[in-house]
Design a protein around this ligand. Structure first.
Ligand code: ATP
Ligand code: MG
Ligand code: MG
Length: 385
């Protein structure tokens, strides 16, 4: 299909599922991560740290295109590769990764391009500065670390002036503050950008978090059609803005997380420049998965005409997190009895709270998905309450 080799920084579950998609397309991959990383079970990989410039350079020398499964990489190392190995493409571009990996810079970039986001202000790390943010934004507000945040680690809800000290203690430094968004739902759209910068989107989905970790995703989202359309258009417009940063290295998939306000207004929460947990449903709910779309985009292959759900279907995804005494295995086994369910395990060792896999359920309607999902979850679960 394509004689290029794609190098992937990171060999976790996202890297592994990219390798799976590439294998099916007959495209070679090489991952870089610690020994035993999940992607190495199913494809070749180098042992090393994807934040280490020398290790990244060694990978780059062996591939035609570099891509990422995680945005928290060493961007200076990527800049150096663009300069010294001009035949290697880096998709998405280092400039895009640099802008997105700093959540405050990302917000400024989106505002500069007319994309609606929550109001954000940069802060020095002091109690007085956090209180100043409170007087500007009102309480509660969200204090966030600019870099290396995920699964809500790096966020602190500042309830009033007296919690500023605790907030500083929790997050330490490199902070910014975000106005509280009283959202009614959280939505997400996967957008794939081709090497010319053009964007296409998968459907709008609804994400439900538990303890700040993605728990369940409904596709399509259970919101009016006008909101589905607005979210998809906003996500495409948001991703399109990154094309201008480096036209030579466009390409790849982006996960756009959004909020819906009580008056049905949609705004962007944050963007991930890679496959995303909210897009796992595409493996069974769509003909082309987010992983295949990403591989096709970075390899410069044509993208499918439509990224919609399989006609007359709806999907739901349930994340499998490690539970004490491996209790999550009960749900995994039960899923084998559920019509339309497909389990994806990542080959990772058990640890409580660790993402170990997910279950996609495809049905003829969202109600069908809800009914099948209910068989797997306790009655008081946030996703079915
Ligand atoms: P991820 O694992 O998705 O990268 P993250 O650690 O980068 O997460 P965010 O997406 O910034 O964190 O926030 C996590 C969750 O916190 C959001 O999904 C949302 O539920 C809530 N949240 C974030 N920002 C705000 C806000 N400004 N107002 C209200 N709730 C918010
Ligand atoms: Mg994030
Ligand atoms: Mg998030």
């Amino acid at each position: 299909m394509n004689s290029q080799t794609i190098g992937i920084l990171g060999g976790g579950q996202l890297g592994r599922m990219m390798v799976e998609a590439a294998n099916r397309l007959g495209i070679k991959t090489l991952t870089l991560d610690a020994p035993g990383a999940p992607a190495k079970d199913i494809g070749p990989g180098l042992d090393g740290n994807f934040k280490n410039a020398d290790a990244v350079y060694e990978l780059a020398k062996k591939v035609d295109v570099l891509t990422i499964e995680i945005e928290h990489v060493n961007v200076s190392a990527l800049d150096n590769i663009l300069k010294t190995l001009p035949n290697v493409k880096i998709r998405p571009s280092p400039a895009t990764i640099r802008t997105i990996q700093d959540k405050y810079l990302q917000k400024q970039h989106l505002i500069d391009h007319g994309i609606d986001v929550t109001q954000s202000i940069p802060l020095d790390n002091s109690v007085a500065e956090i209180q100043r943010a409170g007087s500007l934004l009102g309480y509660p507000f969200m204090l966030k670390t600019r870099k290396d945040a995920y699964d809500g680690r790096g966020n602190f809800v500042v309830k009033d002036t007296s919690s500023a000290e605790e907030a500083l203690e929790a997050l330490k430094d490199n902070l910014y503050a975000e106005k509280w968004c009283p959202f009614t739902k959280e939505l997400a759209v996967m957008v794939v950008q081709d090497i010319n910068g053009e964007c296409k989107s998968f459907p709008t989905v609804e994400t439900i978090h538990k303890n700040s970790v993605c728990h369940v995703v409904f596709a399509p989202a259970r919101v009016p059609d006008s909101v589905l359309t607005n979210a998809r258009m906003l996500a495409e417009r948001a991703v399109y803005t990154f094309a201008a940063l480096d036209k030579q290295n466009c390409g790849g998939i982006f996960g756009v997380e959004m909020f819906v306000t009580p008056d049905s207004h949609v705004l962007v929460n944050e963007i991930a420049p890679r496959p995303h947990n909210s897009g796992h449903y595409t493996q069974n709910g769509c003909v082309t998965s987010q992983f295949e779309a990403h591989i096709r985009a970075v390899a410069g292959l044509p993208l499918p005409k439509s990224l919609d759900l399989i006609p007359n279907s709806a999907s739901v995804m349930l994340n499998i997190l490690g539970e004490p005494e491996n209790a999550q295995l009960d749900i995994c086994k039960k899923s084998l009895e559920i019509p339309g369910a497909c389990i994806h395990l990542y080959g990772k060792g058990h640890r409580v709270g660790r993402k170990l896999g997910h279950i996609n359920i495809v049905s003829g309607s969202i109600t069908g998905c809800e009914n099948e999902l209910a068989k797997l979850l306790p009655k008081d679960d946030v996703a079915i309450k």
